[in-house]
Structure formats: C-alpha cells, structure tokens
Design a protein around this ligand. Sequence first.
Ligand SMILES: Cc1cc2nc3c(=O)[nH]c(=O)nc-3n(C[C@H](O)[C@H](O)[C@H](O)COP(=O)(O)OP(=O)(O)OC[C@H]3O[C@@H](n4cnc5c(N)ncnc54)[C@H](O)[C@@H]3O)c2cc1C
Length: 382
Amino acid sequence: MNFELTEQQKLVRRSVRKFAEEVLAPVAPTFDREAKYNGDIVKELSKVNLFGIQLPEKYGGADLDSLSYAITIEEISRICASTGLMLSVHNSVGAYPIYNWGTEEQKEKYLPDIATGKKISGFSWTEPNAGSDAQGIECIMVQEGNEFVLNGSKIFVTNGSIGSVILIGTRYKTNDGQKGIATIILEKDMEGYEIGQPEDKMGVRGNITTSLYFHNIRVPKENILGSLDDGFRIAMQTLDVGRIGIAAQALGIAQAAYEHSVEYSKGRIQFKRPISQFQGISFKLAEMSTKIDAARLLIYRAAYMKDNKKRFSKESAMCKYFASKVARQVTQEAIQIHGGYGYMKDLPLERYHRDACATTIYEGTNEIMKLIIAQQILRGNL
Ligand SMILES: Cc1cc2nc3c(=O)[nH]c(=O)nc-3n(C[C@H](O)[C@H](O)[C@H](O)COP(=O)(O)OP(=O)(O)OC[C@H]3O[C@@H](n4cnc5c(N)ncnc54)[C@H](O)[C@@H]3O)c2cc1C
C-alpha cells in the first residue's frame, strides 16, 4: 500500500491551491454575501482546465485520475465551497454519465463544450415529492412518434441557473405501453424549459440553486442516455461517483477551518498565554486533525477503487458520510476556538460551517449513506 501521491498528483495540488488562493480567495466572501456567481470565474476556471478534469484529451479534457480530481475539489473548496460544488457537480454527475453511457454522437456533441466550461452541466433528480426516495419521481415523458413529450418539475438544482446541459430523471411511457425510468439529456434552450427563481440558502450561497419546469418539451430519442429502461441504474452509479467529489468538498471546508484554528490559537493570548497551550484547545486541534486525516484516507481510497475498476458504492457512501460529518463537527469546533470572533461574519468560520451543513444533505443524506452502507454489508460486502 502506497500513501505517497504521485508527482503529477502533487503538482495538481500545488497548482490548484495556487489558483484558488490567488483567484478565488478574493471573491469567495462576496459570492457568499451577495449569493451571486460571477461569470468571470468560469473563464478563469476554464483557463486552468478545471471543467473536464477526467475527460479524455480527445474531448478537450485534462484526462486526470480520480484522486487528482478529489484533490482538485478539496483544494478549490478549501477556499470557496460554492465553486467546489459547481465543479464537483459539473465534472462528476454532469459530465461523467455522458462520457460513460453516452453514444459517440452524444459525446462529440456535448463533451468538448463541457470540457471548456462553455456549457456548464448538472444532474437533476430531486422533485417536490421525491428526494431520498429517488424512485418516486413524477416527471413524465410520453412517446409521440419518434420523440417524447416531457412534463414536470425539478427542485434544488445545483448549477440550475448557469447550467446548459442538465441530466434529468423521468418516468416514460412508450407507444407500445412500456413504462420505466430514464435518464435524459436536456438543454437549456429547448422550448418549454423554464428556470425558477434562485433559492435563498443557508450556505454554498455562491452556487445558485433553482427549480426547473418542463412544459411539453419535445425530447428526441437521441437525448436518452444509455438504454431507455436503464435510467435508474445510471443515476445510482452516477451518484457513487459524485459522492467522492462532495466528500472532497467537505474535506476542503474542514481543512480550511482547521488551518484557521491552528493559526488563531497560536496567536490569541488569554491568561497571558496563547490559547493553544490550554489542553482544552490543543485537544480540539488533535481531534480535528485526526478526523480530517481519516476522512481524507476514506476519500482517496474510494477514488483509488474507482480508478482500479473495483466496486466502490460502499466506499463512496462511507467517505461522503464520514467527510461531511467531520466537516460539520470541525467547522463548529473552529467557531468555538475563535470565540466571539468566530461567530462574526468578518471571519470566514461561520461561512465554513454554513457551507459544511449542505454536504450532509445533497447527493444523498447521511441517513441514506448509512442505508447504502448497511445494504452492502448485509449483502455480504463486509
Ligand atoms: C444546496 C442543495 C443543492 C442540491 N442540488 C441538487 C442537484 O443538483 N440535483 C438533485 O437532484 N438534487 C439536489 N439537491 C437535493 C438533495 O439531493 C435532496 O435534498 C436530498 O436527497 C434529500 O431529499 P429531500 O430534501 O427531499 O429530503 P427527504 O428525502 O424528504 O428527507 C427528509 C429527512 O428524512 C430522512 N430520510 C428519508 N428517507 C429515509 C430513510 N429511508 N431512512 C432514514 N431516514 C430517511 C432524510 O435523511 C432526511 O433527514 C440539493 C439539495 C441542496 C440542499
């Protein structure tokens, strides 16, 4: 077992960290405060090739491995979790399924623009009556000749306002009475595609979340991903991949809160001593560091398993469950270590905590992660 990063993975960490500190750090507080996403950042992210991290060079991607991808999301989220979310969703649950299940025509049509960020992608499954119960979706497309006519709505769509290519889950009904769940590719400029108002969120406010409404959208057969009746399996396997990114996002947030806490505790003097010299504080740092390290190892293992074509549903659920929980705990302790200053908006600690809270919810709540892990265990995957 080798715990050393390769030279390329080290380079990815160094260069993404430099980019995040130089380009994202000045704007991250504004994204949060104004709940707006600055389109100029998309251009900057495109310049450093962060939109097609794992796509092959043939489609304009950087062709990196999953560990490099996790490191990238971790480093971006250490500075700006909203951007980390945008990139994680775009690269994993947006681009990955098209690459993995798409026809060559679909790949050639969508991936080059996705890889440059000209088109931002997303994945939209949640509906008003279907969250954790993903099979309960009510969007429906009914076949009419060679097309399907889609109606329904989605909620809580990450990249909802800026996304041009969104994968959605829908029920379908064919001419010959066949029914099931399909994953399809929708484009923003299709007639009948409506974007709702931005949600006013607690955290990850620099990523705009919206609803989507579909009014009699005519969906050509060419926009079905994989086979018509394979939509649910595609979605579940896509989320296995996505969770590595969300776990890495949580890790980056926790790492930022921890680094701030170490620095602050060494400089803050009370009772004539730095507060880091009080065991009550230094033990908090020890716990933070241990939990962050454990989360990182779980994430890197899931990434390794994916790249080595091993089953990784359980490992991906584990890393998402653990890293997101750690992010919530660590960011809360970081506020405590900073005392009253930690509670004020002048410092980023409260933002980190608000951002961390989302990571235990999206791409499957932590209760659902435990359900997946338990199912795997009881099926014999001990
Ligand atoms: C900021 C943000 C961005 C999001 N982005 C996207 C996106 O891009 N695409 C998308 O499709 N969705 C997105 N979501 C939706 C997210 O995936 C859902 O919110 C999540 O899956 C939970 O669904 P729900 O909100 O309907 O909660 P519910 O499913 O109603 O769950 C409510 C509570 O009940 C618990 N619960 C439910 N079922 C069980 C069970 N069987 N056992 C134990 N506990 C259970 C849950 O864990 C939770 O605590 C986003 C959400 C947020 C907050």
